[in-house]
Design a protein around this ligand. Structure first.
Ligand SMILES: NC(=O)C1=CN([C@@H]2O[C@H](COP(=O)(O)OP(=O)(O)OC[C@H]3O[C@@H](n4cnc5c(N)ncnc54)[C@H](OP(=O)(O)O)[C@@H]3O)[C@@H](O)[C@H]2O)C=CC1
Ligand SMILES: O=C([O-])CC(=O)C(=O)O
Length: 266
């Protein structure tokens, strides 16, 4: 039985609790949220994981695993201290590692704690193939992310474009994965994940599009190197609770937890 604490109880967190509510091998003891979210999270947790507590931090408790489903700030706030104290962690807000030095600090914290932090694949596939390909050497990795125009609300794209008036797919960002993840912390985690598995945050090329006709979050990757090449297109269904986030992200967290908790892992 795996005792898990989870950070965040929004679209992903609630989706994870829902899918694992009948799994006796994965037990949620604590859900961590900011003070303003305590009431909402309390209602969700009472419904989906009635044995779990809701709180502002680990407060000295030691789960087998701490899983982050919250946002970039949670890495600094909760994951680094947990790793330092020897608690294994999983991270879905991989774009946080676009901040210079944070990837190294995470690694050092895990080393000091004698534990490991796992970056989850989230809304994208083929991370295994890309990470293996990078061993042989990669020449180029190009990522194009296309989301419905509404998914870019409350982002810098809203300042530069009239999202409601777009009549065709429009490039709202072109540059490095590091810059994409920094500017679009809720929309470009995939760009960071592909970079960390592949060519790095500064050499992975990214294009982001707002598409008024799109109903899916479409992720396209083209990679070339010593291994040969691959092209991947994922058509992710957005979550009703947060149209910026694809449903596969929830399934990826559940898969990772299942792999830790169950005897057979795939
Ligand atoms: N790797 C990937 O492919 C993907 C990664 N993501 C990442 O996952 C994150 C969560 O996504 P989603 O569930 O859709 O977002 P939501 O906004 O629906 O939920 C986020 C939840 O986390 C809480 N939260 C925010 N900051 C903190 C913090 N510092 N400590 C504790 N809790 C916190 C929020 O509380 P409050 O309501 O008070 O803000 C809310 O409960 C995204 O921000 C993104 O970084 C998302 C999609 C894909
Ligand atoms: O969920 C998605 O489709 C991808 C996403 O938001 C991200 O990369 O941050």
């Amino acid at each position: 039985m795996l005792h898990v604490s989870m950070i965040g109880c929004g679209a992903i967190g609630a989706g994870v609790l829902e899918l694992l509510k009948s799994d006796p091998e994965v037990v949620f003891d604590l859900v961590i949220v900011p003070e303003n979210a305590l009431d909402n999270a309390g209602a969700t947790v009472r419904r989906l994981a009635p044995e779990a507590k809701v709180g502002l931090g680990l407060n000295g408790t030691r789960p087998d695993l701490l899983v982050e489903c919250a946002g970039h700030r949670a890495i600094e706030e909760h994951i680094i201290p947990a790793l330092e104290s020897g608690i294994a962690c999983m991270v879905v807000s991989v774009g946080a590692l676009s901040e210079p030095g944070l990837a190294e600090r995470l690694e050092q914290a895990a080393q000091r704690g004698g534990t490991q932090v796992q970056l989850l694949s989230g809304a994208i596939g083929a991370i295994d193939a890309l990470a293996a390909a990078s061993i042989g050497g990669l020449d180029s990795v190009v990522y194009t992310g296309r989301k419905p125009a509404g998914a870019w609300k409350d982002t810098p794209a809203e300042r530069d474009f009239d999202l409601d008036a777009l009549t065709e797919a429009t490039v709202i960002f072109e540059g490095s994965a590091r810059e994409a993840a920094r500017l679009y912390p809720k929309n470009a985690n995939v760009a960071a994940t592909l970079s960390l598995a592949g060519l790095g945050l500064d050499r992975t090329q990214v294009r982001l599009l707002a598409d008024p006709d799109a109903t899916e979050n479409v992720h396209h990757v083209e990679a070339h190197g010593a291994f040969g090449g691959f092209e991947l297109t994922m058509r992710g269904k957005p979550l009703a609770a947060n149209p910026k986030t694809s449903a596969l992200t929830v399934f990826s967290v559940v898969r990772a937890l299942n792999n830790r908790a169950h005897a057979l892992s795939i």
